[in-house]
Write a protein that binds this ligand. Structure first.
Ligand SMILES: *Cc1c(COP(=O)(O)O)cnc(C)c1O
Length: 357
């Protein structure tokens, strides 16, 4: 084993998490969202594991991500492309049987041009309506007009996205659902998709026909503390050196931390060059067995220093310490760095060795 940071990717946990999230849904199917290299876990391997276990609906952000996934899982699944059809990509959509999600009148025109010139898309298309997030999507007010415009070329799915699913008390959740209900009245026979991972926890009224689970598959978001949900990966790095520093001395760049007592410091092969955030300087932590070792001093590009005084007998060079995993909760570590689990796993760089198990 080389002395570099590594991420054990737990494909079995990801599949189990998908089944757990799905078991919380009434009569609706559970798609998986594998954009951004499956949130840093690896699109091909994660896609394959889920597909082998019966997953039939996948979402990615870009056509090229859809191409990679299709080449890997074969023809038997629907692959939606969230960011929508790009005029230059018709060949990819047709060759890899991708399903564009139409988000604007401009994208709708692109789709209509494709259909009129070269016929139907093998796996159809979806419409995405904005119901209050003001990000991507067709205006909800255009639903009536679009139900006319799509006559004879019905969408296969209609979707919308929640802005505040992580906060079940937020008023916007019900407001968005009400707007979507109005849109449903214009498309009575089309399946609808609304909930992301956290949205599945807002109650049956948010499930509709197809949920879109992303972060929950990897043990993050509101699912992080749900029973049965396990981490999608374990991030760990080896101790390269140990030193005993005296009270009054400082640690690391900028001398941001002055020791108040004699401290055993482990220098670990993990830094922002690996995607571990510099914002975790003096706030994040690593685990040696069950002992929490605070990060002291700044996270630098290749190295991080942790206080292993409490772990004395276990802290040795070559020992791997855990930054994320069953002992180091993703959302807790992310919060230490002022961010969210999504950004942490997505940000892990190619320097972190991925080990699939
Ligand atoms: C990323 C994304 C999802 C998945 O969201 P999670 O919070 O990770 O479950 C679902 N829908 C859309 C439109 C997205 O962009």
């Amino acid at each position: 084993m080389s002395l570099r940071p590594r991420a054990h990717i737990h494909l079995d946990h990801i599949v189990e998490n998908w089944k757990t999230i799905r078991s919380g849904l009434n009569n609706s199917q559970c798609a998986v969202v594998l954009k951004a290299d499956a949130y840093g876990h690896g699109l091909e391997r994660v896609g394959e594991a889920l597909h082998n276990n019966g997953c039939q609906h996948f979402f990615v952000a870009y056509g090229f991500e859809g191409e990679i996934l299709r080449k890997h899982i074969g023809p038997h699944a629907v692959i939606y492309v969230l960011n929508g059809p790009d005029r230059a990509e018709e060949r990819i959509y047709r060759q890899y049987a991708l399903t564009p999600v139409v988000n604007s009148s401009q994208q709708f025109q692109t789709l209509v041009d494709w259909l009129q010139t070269n016929g139907k898309l093998e796996r159809g298309y979806a419409l995405n309506f904005d119901t209050g997030m003001n990000r991507l999507g067709l205006p909800g007010d255009d639903a009536a007009q679009l139900s006319e415009a799509t006559r004879g070329l019905d969408p296969d799915l209609i979707m919308s996205h929640l802005a505040c699913a992580d906060d079940r008390r937020h008023d916007l959740n019900a407001a968005q659902r009400d707007r979507l209900t109005t849109i449903q009245s214009f498309f009575p026979d089309i399946p609808f998709s609304f909930a992301n991972s956290d949205g599945t926890l807002l109650g049956d009224g948010f499930h509709l026909q197809l949920a879109r689970a992303g972060i929950g598959l990897f043990g993050g978001g509101q699912h992080a503390l749900k029973p049965g949900i396990k981490p999608g990966l374990t991030l760990e790095a080896p101790v390269l050196q140990l030193r005993l520093a005296k009270a009054g001395e400082t640690v690391g760049y900028g001398a941001t931390q002055t020791l108040t007592k004699e401290t055993l410091i482990a220098t670990v092969a993990m830094g922002y060059g690996d995607g571990f955030p510099r914002a975790a300087s003096n706030t994040g932590f690593a685990m040696i067995d069950d002992i929490r070792c605070p990060i002291i001093g700044r996270v630098s590009m290749d190295l991080t220093t942790i206080d292993v005084t409490q772990a004395g007998h276990l802290a040795r060079t070559g020992v791997f310490v855990q930054f994320l995993g069953d002992r180091a909760d993703l959302e807790e570590q992310a919060a230490c760095a002022g961010t969210i689990g999504y950004e942490l796993t997505t940000g892990l760089t190619s320097r972190v060795e991925r080990l699939y198990e």
